[in-house]
Design a protein. Structure first.
Length: 305
């Protein structure tokens, strides 16, 4: 991860860090020995940082075992263990970005207002700069501005885009986009989708239909379903991910607006509680401000003092 982006990540996580690091340090320095009260205080700080109850319990269970196995007596000696445990919760494994090396269709889902269309535009620009042939599908025909917004991004990155009229069938837009991608021998087809959750049944049916079209028209391609979540919404983002997971096989998270959030701990909770890896993280408005997620860099930025 570039130094410039790491600096932005450190800056972007400052509100979260103020919540979590000062609290943890007061515990590590304020306790003279490790006892149940020490663990309870740790638990409270982690939960308050939007890491979530289940994730916090798992992290602390691991910490207890390590403290016992290594016969650790000093609270301060727990700090590096705790940081390591958090990093382990977020490890992506080696194959997280394999789709970039294969012919892929990436459906991007999420509610309105989270930065979905902007994230697609930024990814398209980055893939194009990496020498990929990219086609965009503006299949959010539910919201009038979505197609125009995506077209602006397509123009900026000189990327092909397939659009439909407002209110038209998203499936027909995707169908046309697949034909375009095949004709152009595209590497990656990025598809915007309608961002509504108020009628989950409609959403589920729409996503199933899009799935069927891809299976039929673009057999053999690599499939990815990314959900875009707004980091500033904390536990609400986790709830959204949980609901969308009932409608689609989500393979990754794009976490936006991390630079304005005091709830950055949600990145840890999403991965741990839902088993969905955070694959991209956004810390600003510029194209380069959306980057691949790196667990080590994230945790280092979170605990930088």
């Amino acid at each position: 991860m570039a130094v410039k982006f790491f600096d932005k990540l450190v800056s972007g996580l400052s509100k979260t860090r103020n919540n979590i690091v000062s609290g943890l340090n007061s515990i590590f320095t304020g306790f003279s020995h490790i006892d149940e009260e020490f663990y309870e205080e740790l638990e409270e700080i982690l939960i308050m940082s939007d890491i979530g109850v289940n994730t916090t319990e798992e992290i602390l269970d691991n910490l207890r075992e390590q403290v016992k196995a290594q016969n650790i007596k000093e609270p301060m000696e727990c700090k590096d263990l705790l940081i390591h445990n958090i990093e382990e919760q977020m490890d992506l494994g080696e194959n997280a970005y394999d789709f970039e090396q294969e012919r892929s269709v990436v459906l991007v889902i999420g509610v309105n207002g989270v930065g979905k269309t902007t994230s697609i535009g930024k990814l398209a620009s980055q893939f194009k700069n990496d020498g990929k042939k990219v086609v965009l599908a503006a299949a959010d025909t539910f919201r009038a501005a979505a197609g125009n917004q995506l077209k602006e991004w397509a123009n900026r990155s000189n990327t092909d885009i397939v659009m439909g009229a407002e209110g038209s069938d998203p499936g027909s837009v995707l169908f046309d986009a697949i034909q375009s991608a095949k004709n152009k021998n595209a590497d990656i087809l990025l598809c915007d989708t309608a961002g509504r959750l108020h009628n989950k049944k409609n959403l589920m049916e729409e996503l199933k239909k899009l799935d069927r079209i891809i299976e039929k028209e673009y057999a053999g391609c690599r499939r990815e379903n990314f959900i875009v979540l707004d980091a500033t919404t904390g536990q609400n983002a986790l709830a959204q991910a949980r609901q969308f997971k009932e409608c689609a096989d989500i393979t990754g998270v794009i976490l936006t607006k991390m630079d304005g959030s005091a709830k950055g701990g949600i990145a840890i909770a999403i991965q741990s509680e839902l088993g969905i890896p955070v694959k991209y993280i956004g810390v600003g408005e510029q194209i380069e401000d959306l980057q691949k997620f790196d667990a080590h860099d994230f945790v280092q930025a979170l605990f930088t003092e």
